[in-house]
Design a protein around this ligand. Sequence first.
Ligand code: PEP
Ligand code: MN
Length: 461
Amino acid sequence: MTELPVAHPIASPQPGAAEYPGLDAWRDLPVVQQPTWADSEVHRAAVSELSSLPPLVFAGEVDLLRQRLADAAEGKAFLLQGGDCAETFEGATADKISARVRTILQMAVVLTYGASLPVIKMGRMAGQFAKPRSSNDETREGVTLPAYRGDMVNGYEFTPESRAHNANRMVQAYHTSASTLNLIRAFTQGGFADLRLVHHWNKGFTANPAHSRYESLAREIDRAVKFMDACGADFDALKRVEFFASHEALVLDYERALTRIDSRTGLPYGTSGHFLWIGERTRQLDGAHVDFLSRVRNPIGVKLGPTSSADDALRLIDKLDPQREPGRLTFITRMGAGNIREKLPALVEKVTASGAKVLWVTDPMHGNTVTSPNGYKTRNFDDVIDEVRGFFEVHHALGTFPGGLHVEMTGDDVAECLGGADPIDQHAFLERYESVCDPRLNHMQSLEMAFLVAGALGKRP
Ligand code: PEP
Ligand code: MN
């Protein structure tokens, strides 16, 4: 982390905000990556509106997820977390949302088979509207404007009006999240997730001759589904799946305004999503993000990049999971394919030796970003897979559990990452590069990753 924390004035607590001791302590701490909208009338009105709107997720669901993640931390389940780098308001259409959910369900079926374990399904969805940036500004042809920070903060269009930070966008992010979640709940509870249907979709993947190397695994899964059917498995019960929403808890005005006190337990919950994570750029031990998230009951993730020391990890555990509660804390490592085998072992060893039970997840995307010769931000599929393999190798060598996969992916046929069995080359970027932030695996690359990871999981001792 090269960025130094800078103090930034954020308006004091709003009347109407849920009250609990310490929930506003972050306001006195150094905070990075925040919009510059503090203390305007628009900002006050937006925060106060958010404070009075209904929660997007419920405390009981959040508690259930914590239990599921506790299972994963113990090696009894595997987490699949995927979605856009940056969701957009415009992209929140039924087609795009359903394609993403569908792809995650398809990946999950393959991984469930490979791991012989339940797979916890989680979208980077319904809230992933704010982005940390390495630079405050962007310059195009001599014109400098504020950098795009996600639809929750400003617009992608390169004009002064669009790039101005606008607190009303937080309210729009809430409503877009609500309609996204509504559709996700309908799909995953209303029959769309039927195992037989999802399995049938996967046949489209292996029908492509480029994917013939995955045919034998696909046939095994097919036999398993037929076997379940012959045994009289209750496929009706398998029509419903649990699906959780997650995002980076970046804009603290938004997260604070959506914090609610649960009437059963009397404790604060972030109700903007089930699982909230702290990014690589905002995980300062004495910073506002770590403090704020230490005070909500949600399961929390922290991204750990190649500069993370074991000491950082131990101090994060002390702050975020002082009770050592299984399921509370997930470390999402994003080291880069070239670093993971060297950097991860010391972290895992020291954390394990401390007695903490964290869940280890690999994000094989963010340490592997490169620029293509024709100037696009991209990732090589082979590097992504190599980081996943390195993650598995390290955990297998140490006898710890590689508990999950965190990916930037979409259900659409975009061209943003290079390679795959049916390869994407850089020329395809000209027509099919849609991301407003980082490059995502497309539908086929996502499924291919699931088949490759399922193979690696199957080799588990
Ligand atoms: C992200 O997940 O899009 C992101 C910004 O990741 P990181 O915090 O790991 O850089
Ligand atoms: Mn990203």
